[in-house]
Write a protein that binds this ligand. Structure first.
Ligand code: BES
Ligand code: MN
Ligand code: ZN
Length: 502
């Protein structure tokens, strides 16, 4: 989608529809001004429109080049934040689709938010809501190719409007890439195929991608990844992404690790189908979020040196599959007693986290659809954030990721990681087992991973928000691309603390 900025008088704009977001407070005066410039229709609209939240009204003025103006109510000014603007833009996107509008303009609402933030939110909301996954639809989307251009009417704030609008476009494009990967059919995203896709992305957007095949994974002794892969007829793969800007602000790299289980049957601890195995093509959502984040930071030219590590395999009960009771030796040298083959994500992630030590990273963030318990704890709007408490900065990390969640709309909330939780992983047979008891399953999974870290670390469990059975505002059913906006926003603040802190 193209984004442009204009300060032409509104009556001279030539688009299919101009959307005018209005707070309750601004409605009367704004419609008065619009009436003075473009005709009494706007003043008459006051009978039916008061700017209350979610009200929509179309006005057809007689003295404007554009035919339709869509008034969108934002409600009380004090309650309007970036998320409200995304949702407002999502409503406009639904109308644009009905109208088959090729070009849509937005006026910038009268708010205390800066023009940069508003422009980003409007573009993101519009693009994320316009998304359709049509790869397997023979007839496309009813003939409509989708809106081609968003015009931001930014008047005196052209520069900030352009900056925010372009950032919104870059970030939204990256989220849509992640959604496409998650929505793709499992038979078209084996570990090898996903690796090829990451290589294509790297070439297109400007980051390095190396794909390790099974032989390299064996040389590296990634016993967790290899064990999960045993039941598959497809070889595993391990992707190493690297984004190196010209003037990075960090000395040691930041590392992103994504769970790339291309399909999770549960293995021999087989999952039931309804509402369980039937969602498991999305078990590479962490991998998609990491790849999408690389796309975004490369598009944005973020001044941070970032490395991505993505272990990939499917988890199947083939004849050679690993079994409950198997003891495996991990990349780190630790031994693990596998008591449930469906707790596979932590096994492949542990090898990546252990390999990450070789870079002496400043910070590692992993992102994974790791536990059903996360969905039970926080639902499908909010991910779980956890950290190791090996340094003094752990609370700051949790604060920073929660703040990034609130700014970006990809919400996360912390869970505790007290050391006693790790006792659930004790076993007589090996160094640890791969499952805890029934209690606090999201936390015991995190404690398992923590045993493979020796650096500042954030763990994001996104089992709930990664994939939706039912649409939410600007998130159609299916893959959501959750995590891209969150991590990009986190890294933006990380790269320039003063600029974005609230
Ligand atoms: N991929 C699943 C977690 C999941 C569940 C993601 C629901 C999205 C929605 C993971 O591999 C898994 O199976 N976890 C098990 C762990 C258990 C065996 C300790 C779970 O949560 O049931
Ligand atoms: Mn599983
Ligand atoms: Zn899984």
């Amino acid at each position: 989608m193209k984004v442009s900025v204009t300060s032409l008088p509104l009556n001279e704009l030539d688009v299919d529809v101009v959307a005018i977001p209005l707070t309750a407070e601004a409605t009367q005066t704004t419609l008065g001004h619009l009436a003075d410039g473009m005709g009494e229709g706007f003043r008459r609209a006051l009978d039916d429109f008061d700017g209350s939240k979610d009200r929509l009204l179309m006005v057809y003025p007689d003295k404007a080049r554009t035919k339709r103006f869509l008034l969108v109510g934002l409600g009380d000014e004090a309650k309007v934040d970036a998320e409200a603007l995304r949702r407002c833009a999502a409503k406009v996107a639904a109308e644009a689709k009905t109208l088959k509008a090729d070009t849509v303009a937005f006026t910038m609402p009268d708010l205390k938010l800066d023009a940069d933030t508003m422009a980003q939110a409007l573009v993101e909301g519009f693009m994320l809501a316009s998304y359709r996954f049509l790869r397997y639809k023979s007839d496309g989307d009813g003939g409509f190719k989708g809106t081609e251009r968003i015009v931001l009417h930014a008047e005196k704030q052209e520069k900030a409007g352009r900056r925010g609008g372009e950032r919104g476009r870059d970030v939204a494009e990256a989220v849509l890439t992640a959604r496409d990967l998650v929505n793709r059919s499992p038979n078209e995203k084996t570990a090898t195929m996903l690796g090829k896709e990451f290589e294509r992305m790297g070439k297109k957007h400007g980051f390095e991608v190396a794909i390790w095949d099974k032989a390299v994974i064996e040389e590296e002794k990634m016993g967790g990844l290899l064990a999960v892969n045993l039941g598959s007829t497809e070889p595993p793969a391990f992707a190493v992404l690297e984004y190196t800007p010209e003037n990075p602000v960090n000395e040691r790299p930041v590392i992103l690790v994504g769970k790339g289980v291309t399909f999770d049957t549960g293995g021999l601890s087989l999952k039931p189908t309804p509402d369980s195995m039937d969602h498991m093509k999305a078990d590479m959502s962490g991998a998609a979020a990491v790849a999408g984040t690389f796309e975004a930071i490369a598009r944005l030219k973020l001044p941070l040196h970032v490395i991505g590590l993505i272990p990939m395999t499917d988890n199947r009960p083939g004849e050679n599959a690993y079994v409950p009771g198997d003891v495996i030796t991990m990349h780190s040298g630790k031994t693990v007693e596998v008591l449930n083959t469906d707790a596979e994500g932590r096994l492949i992630l542990a090898d990546a986290l252990s390999y990450a030590k070789t870079f002496k990273p400043e910070l590692v963030i992993d992102i994974a659809t790791l536990t059903g318990a996360q969905v039970i704890a926080l639902g499908s709007d909010v991910g779980a954030a956890m950290t190791n408490q090996t340094d003094a900065a752990w609370r700051d990390r949790l604060d920073a990721i929660e703040r990034a969640g609130e700014r970006s709309g990809d919400l996360v909330h912390r869970l505790p990681t007290y050391d006693f939780y790790a006792r659930q992983l004790d076993t007589e047979v090996a160094d640890m087992k791969n499952i805890g008891g029934r209690e606090a399953g999201t936390i015991t999974a995190a404690k398992f991973l923590e045993a493979f870290t020796d650096y500042p670390w954030l763990h994001l469990d996104i089992a709930g928000p990664a994939f939706l059975s039912k649409a939410k505002p600007y998130r159609p059913a299916g893959g959501t691309g959750f995590g891209v906006r969150l991590i990009v926003e986190f890294l933006r603040e990380y790269a320039s603390p003063k600029k974005t802190k609230k």
